[in-house]
Design a protein around this ligand. Structure first.
Ligand code: CUA
Length: 417
């Protein structure tokens, strides 16, 4: 094959590579601000990680351009121009030239130092809350389960009833929706009850593993109130890919209101309907993704949708809600789930005292509306294969639900604002 054929192939390859790179850049508008994009940091820890990524990128790009340029220069300058050149002596060799060797070693060391110093600084920075902000930091414990996350607020105690019906204080926990104060450093202790998980909120911080018998932690700060996506980032079994969570960052007053709402026992809907509305939150607005051509964007901002979920829905059916509460015990749901104030104290599964006020269920996988909740309790194994509620609940206890049972349970759970 002649050399000119090689060079025309090479130029076609270059053209194709440029086209691919251009397509990636143009379509990047979505990629770069998607819900799990690390290119859109919303806090100092994620920003330091992105800065480090860019620095490494620029250094690598510089090396690529220099080495590629020298290679291209040599290929063009010393190429065989015809039959005669193909058997010619090689050009003068410069192997062992002390100036070239020392310069190359020096340049390599310099590149490593340029990357290593900010990398070490970044590792120290992301390890723990900076000393000057320690006094202001808020502590939360996150625990990984196959396949969901539990968040405990050890600094808060909630009102609940002891087994004799007396009021007592006890810690509260929430599942899969981590609510944090914005503008404040949050230190998160990372625990697991089973295998290794990894805690990652791409726009805020991560990833740090949740390891058995090892007390890991991380810290983060959300610049502004917002709604963020999180994900387990370590393969942890059958439903690892759907082990997700959300982070809701709220201003100081709204965060305080939320903690107060969580500490309260389960909401009661009186026989006449219309329970205690929480006036501080926005009125209910329906929360659906745009149906036509799903884009991952929302009709209302996810944070507004979260606020809307804090208020009771209109048209609640007190009889169905009461029936759902009975079924929750009768069908043994209560042996795994806590609902403070309704006498349910299971600890294997997520606490559900205020489950109706979350935007998602099934570890951030499904929107928390009536249809999706119905889909989840109807056949949890079809949504999240191998999950404990299915294996150790439905199968082990031979739980069968009629359509009326499911409807009543959905009404009860949705009333728990
Ligand atoms: Cu938990 Cu992957």
């Amino acid at each position: 094959m002649s050399l000119s054929k090689y060079s025309s192939r090479f130029s076609r390859f270059l053209g194709a590579a440029a086209a691919v790179a251009g397509t990636l850049l143009l379509s990047g508008c979505y990629w770069f601000d998607g819900p799990q994009s690390t290119f859109d940091p919303n806090g100092p820890v994620a920003r330091s990680q992105m800065d480090l990524f860019y620095l490494t990128c620029w250094v690598s790009l510089f090396i690529f351009v220099v080495v590629g340029g020298v290679l291209a220069y040599a290929m063009v300058k010393f190429r065989a121009r015809g039959e005669a050149d193909e058997h010619a002596e090689p050009p003068e060799q410069s192997h062992g030239n002390p100036l070239v060797e020392i310069s190359l070693i020096g340049a390599s060391v310099l590149a490593l130092v340029i990357i290593a110093v900010p990398t070490l600084a970044g590792i120290w920075y992301s390890f723990d809350v900076p000393a000057e902000n320690k006094a202001d930091s808020y502590g939360i414990t996150a625990t990984g389960y196959q396949w969901w996350f539990k968040f405990d607020y050890p600094g808060e105690t909630a009102q609940t009833l002891d087994p004799t019906g007396k009021s007592m204080n006890a810690p509260f926990s929430v599942a899969n929706e981590l609510v944090i104060p914005s503008g404040r450093p949050v230190r998160i202790n990372l625990r697991t009850v089973d295998v290794i998980h990894s805690f990652w909120i791409p726009k805020l911080a991560g990833k740090v593993d949740m390891m058995p018998n090892r007390a890991n932690h991380l810290w983060l700060r959300a610049d502004q109130p917002g709604y963020f996506w999180g994900q387990c980032a370590e393969f942890c079994g059958e439903s690892h890919a759907v082990m997700r969570f959300r982070v809701i960052a709220l201003g100081p007053k709204e965060f305080n209101d939320w903690v107060n709402a969580q500490m309260a026992p389960a909401r009661k809907v009186p026989a006449g309907g219309a329970g205690d509305a929480k006036a501080q939150f926005a009125a209910y607005r329906s929360f659906h993704r745009n149906e036509a051509g799903y884009t991952g964007k929302f009709d209302v901002s996810p944070l507004d949708a979260w606020r809307a979920k804090q208020s009771p829905e209109t048209g609640e059916d007190p009889a169905k809600i009461a029936r759902g509460r009975e079924l929750f015990a009768a069908k043994t749901c209560s042996s795994c789930h806590t609902i403070r104030g309704d006498g349910f104290i299971g600890v294997v599964g997520p606490e559900l005292t205020h489950v109706g006020a979350r935007t998602t269920i099934a570890a951030g996988l499904l929107e928390n509306d009536r249809d999706e909740l119905h889909r989840w309790i109807h056949a949890p194994n079809e949504v999240k294969p191998g999950n404990t509620m299915w294996v150790a609940g439905y199968l082990a206890n031979n739980i069968k639900l009629t359509p009326e049972d499911e409807d009543a349970l959905v009404n009860y759970l949705q009333s728990l604002k």
